[in-house]
Design a protein around this ligand. Structure first.
Ligand code: ADP
Ligand code: MG
Length: 733
């Protein structure tokens, strides 16, 4: 057979040094076989040896598609396995890595139930101990298997390692990859595990990717930038991020890759800004703002100084020929809505329609109910589009919108559906913009022809980052709060003090106060949380507060019921409203003065602050009681302390950034930014201005007639290519 024939081709140097390789028709070093596959940065991971379609699909689930992505997939942490301690030399209170054979195992019941696995080498043996999750582990260990274990050594009746990081060692080759050096530990997901990508498999796959020809990884950063910031060259950075010589080296590598990521982000932002300045809008506003004046005069209050100022800035924006693209930020309760409505009234005056999108039905309805009549008095028609409407009702409204009879349309993301068409959409307002994805905002905007855009948020972006990260938005802040607004007092208590708290609340109820009691509902689908809120509601209603009226709202309560409950609360028919975080955004019930937040340890700081913003809006001073249930982590404690100590939204946002780390702060779409995978904005802030400077230079160089700078052109080409691959991330359509 042909096959066997090719196998017989003898190497000129003998088969123990060179082997004939059929695929490429060459003699290759014996250990070269795995390199035959030429790996390129843009090769799909599926074709990497050992991956295949199933694993590739799992990798795609964590956004790894190409070798490039794989190389930029960062270890969650590292295990220092540069040194292996002989088991006989272990001492308590040190961290160590050991390698040994499984001598025995068992689940022990005396004291805390636990799995014990005895591991030994020539010098001695030690117990590895797990108090949780051991059902799965127990099956893993077989007598005679060799394992590496890394973790803290302690002494409790015997020397032991509790919950060590473990890894099975299969052969000597394995030992080289997985031990004897600083070893990366990659983040894992259930899906990855199911498709057979364990931590060690991930390591092997990434090792394959690292076999990439170094010429494939050309450095696109000019050397002068490397020198200026002492960045590692790209090849070295990519290698060291996975297999650093030491931990400092890993951080150096991360810094370089973080810079690249920020550079790409900056490029996206500045390009989109540049494009935007060249846009011209199709519509025009009248010069006169008579209707606006009338509207302002009709308000039951005087505008604050900042409300006045920002309204002016917005109207100036609207008069311009290029579309407005403005972010209005201001702490909860500062009165952003009325400013947005001034813009909407101005649009109506010029016969242009406004779409006003809010993240929840509650909020959209509240806006609609609050403003419908005052607007009608000025001859402005408004409408509401939400998912909970009946079909005929909705079709009716949609017809009116399409025919231009309606001036201002309030709504939720239901506004985005195809049948909702506008005849002359001039202004798009997005309330609580961080609650929407990039795509949703884009969809609404595309319902008009280059409309003016005003987005609002109560989660201010820390000053240090605003300029760079929101480079393509103009920003206005409202800092003054309406006159007569009371501050809110905040305290936090442990759940053990709940009985006392209930007594206190009863005295306040007797004095006419109204109370929110909030339960966490992290995800809509979280049935357990929902159950908890419902159970607690029943308990409060039938036992604790049986002399008062208690209502319940959460995401699954029917619309009519929800509306009625909220209305009853607003009008004082109900004294206690048990709610999940559906009431977090925007709900305005001035008579409620007390808020209890249960499981406060589970909330983020900004979220707590948003919640607190619901009380203290009326004449009574607000009071927020955050109730924490054990265990309260160190971080949660610090969050609660910060929450209690400040009511300043900017300070809270900054502390939130610091405590959570931007991974979460930004990752949760808080600010609608593309997710950063490598850069950490709390420690890489110094890189931001630098990346901005370089990108500005790149973009401005175009117009000059200077000698072309080949290095800069190369960098620009790279950034262009990356940004076209990530174009879906551009933020506001
Ligand atoms: P947010 O900025 O959190 O969206 P809202 O727009 O909901 O705040 O306003 C909060 C409350 O303050 C509303 O009841 C609103 O009517 C009221 N309000 C707004 N501006 C003023 C003002 N200048 N004087 C008094 N009350 C005001
Ligand atoms: Mg609001």
């Amino acid at each position: 057979m042909f096959h066997s024939y090719t196998k017989q081709i003898l190497s000129p140097l003998g088969n123990n040094i060179f082997l004939y390789n059929n695929d490429i028709d060459k003699f290759v070093p014996k250990n070269y076989s795995k390199r035959v596959q030429t790996i390129k940065l843009n090769s799909e991971v599926q074709y990497l040896k050992g991956v295949g379609p199933r694993r590739a699909a799992a990798l795609a689930g964590i956004d790894i598609h190409t070798v490039y992505d794989l190389l930029h997939f960062l270890p969650r942490r590292y295990l220092d396995r540069t040194m292996i301690t002989p088991i006989g030399s272990l001492k308590a209170n040190i961290d160590a890595t050991i390698i040994g054979r499984v001598l025995g195992k068992g689940i022990l019941y005396g004291g805390a139930k636990r799995l014990e696995v005895i591991i030994g080498d020539e010098s001695g043996y030690v117990a590895l101990i797990w108090f949780a999750g051991y059902k799965y582990l127990e099956k893993m260990f077989n007598k005679g298997d060799i394992y590496a274990a890394t973790g803290p050594v302690s002494y409790f009746q015997q020397l032991q390692m509790a919950h060590p990081e473990i890894e099975r060692i299969e052969d000597v080759q394995d030992q080289l990859i997985h031990t004897g050096r600083i070893v990366p530990v990659y983040p894992s997901t259930a899906e990855l595990k199911e498709s057979g990508i364990s931590g060690r498999t991930m390591r092997q796959i990434i090792n394959r990717a690292l076999e990439i020809d170094s010429n494939e990884i050309g450095d696109y950063l000019p050397k002068r930038y490397l020198d200026e910031y002492n960045f590692l060259p790209l090849q070295k950075a990519l290698r060291s991020i996975h297999y650093p010589d030491n931990i400092e080296n890993a951080e150096q590598a991360r810094k370089r890759l973080a810079f690249d990521e920020l550079l790409q982000l900056q490029y996206l932002i500045l390009c989109s800004r540049q494009k935007r300045t060249e846009l011209k809008k199709n519509h025009k506003y009248k010069k006169s703002a008579k209707l606006v004046k009338k509207f302002v005069e009709s308000l039951p209050f005087e505008l604050t100084a900042d409300q006045n100022k920002v309204s002016g800035v917005i109207i100036d924006d609207m008069v311009k020929t290029r579309p407005m693209h403005r972010l209005m930020q201001g702490d909860v309760g500062c009165g952003k809505t009325v400013v947005a409505l001034i813009a909407a009234v101005y649009a109506s005056e010029s016969k242009l329609q406004t779409a006003f999108m809010a993240p929840t039905e509650l909020l959209a309805e509240q806006h609609y109910q609050n403003w419908k009549e005052p607007l009608e008095k000025l001859g402005i028609e408004s409408s509401l589009i939400i998912g909970a409407m009946s079909k005929p009702e909705r079709r009716d409204e949609e017809d009116k919108i399409e025919s231009g009879k309606i001036d201002i349309v309030f709504g939720t993301h239901a506004l985005l559906s195809d049948p909702t068409k506008f005849s002359r959409l001039g202004l798009v307002i997005i309330d609580e913009q961080h609650r929407f994805g990039v795509k949703q905002r884009g969809q609404l905007i595309s319902k008009g022809k280059r409309p003016d855009i005003l987005v609002m948020t109560a989660t201010p972006i820390p000053r240090t980052l605003a300029l760079t990260l929101y480079g393509d938005l103009d920003i206005s802040s409202i800092k003054t709060v309406p006159k007569g607004r009371q501050t809110t007092k905040t305290v936090w208590r442990m759940a053990s003090a709940r009985a006392d708290m209930y007594d206190f609340l009863k005295t306040r109820l007797a004095g006419g106060d109204q109370i929110f009691i909030i339960y966490p509902l992290v995800e809509k689908s979280d049935k357990l949380d929902l159950q908890a809120a419902e159970d607690e509601y029943k308990n409060l209603k039938t036992n604790i507060f049986k002399d008062y009226k208690v209502g319940l709202v959460h995401g699954r309560v029917k619309k009519d019921k929800k509306e009625k409950t909220i209305l009853d609360f607003k009008t004082g028919k109900i004294q206690i409203l048990v709610a999940t975080t559906v009431i977090e955004v925007g709900i305005d019930i001035p008579s409620a003065s007390i808020m209890v937040i249960e499981h406060a340890e589970r909330f983020g700081l900004s979220q707590l602050h948003q919640l607190r913003g619901r009380v203290g809006r009326g004449e009574k001073k607000g009071l927020t009681i955050a109730v924490a249930t054990d265990p309260v982590s160190h971080l949660a404690r610090r969050r609660l302390e910060m929450f209690v100590s400040s009511t300043d939204g900017f300070k809270i946002a900054e502390a939130d950034l610091e405590l959570r780390g931007p991974g979460e702060f930004f990752g949760t779409r808080q600010h609608g930014l593309p997710e950063l995978k490598i850069a950490d904005l709390s420690i890489d802030t110094d890189l931001l201005p630098y990346s901005r400077e370089i990108v500005s230079q790149l973009l401005s160089d175009e117009s000059d007639n200077k000698e072309p700078d080949i290095e800069l052109i190369k960098l620009k080409k790279f950034l262009e290519k990356r940004s076209s691959e990530r174009i879906e991330l551009t933020r506001f359509g």
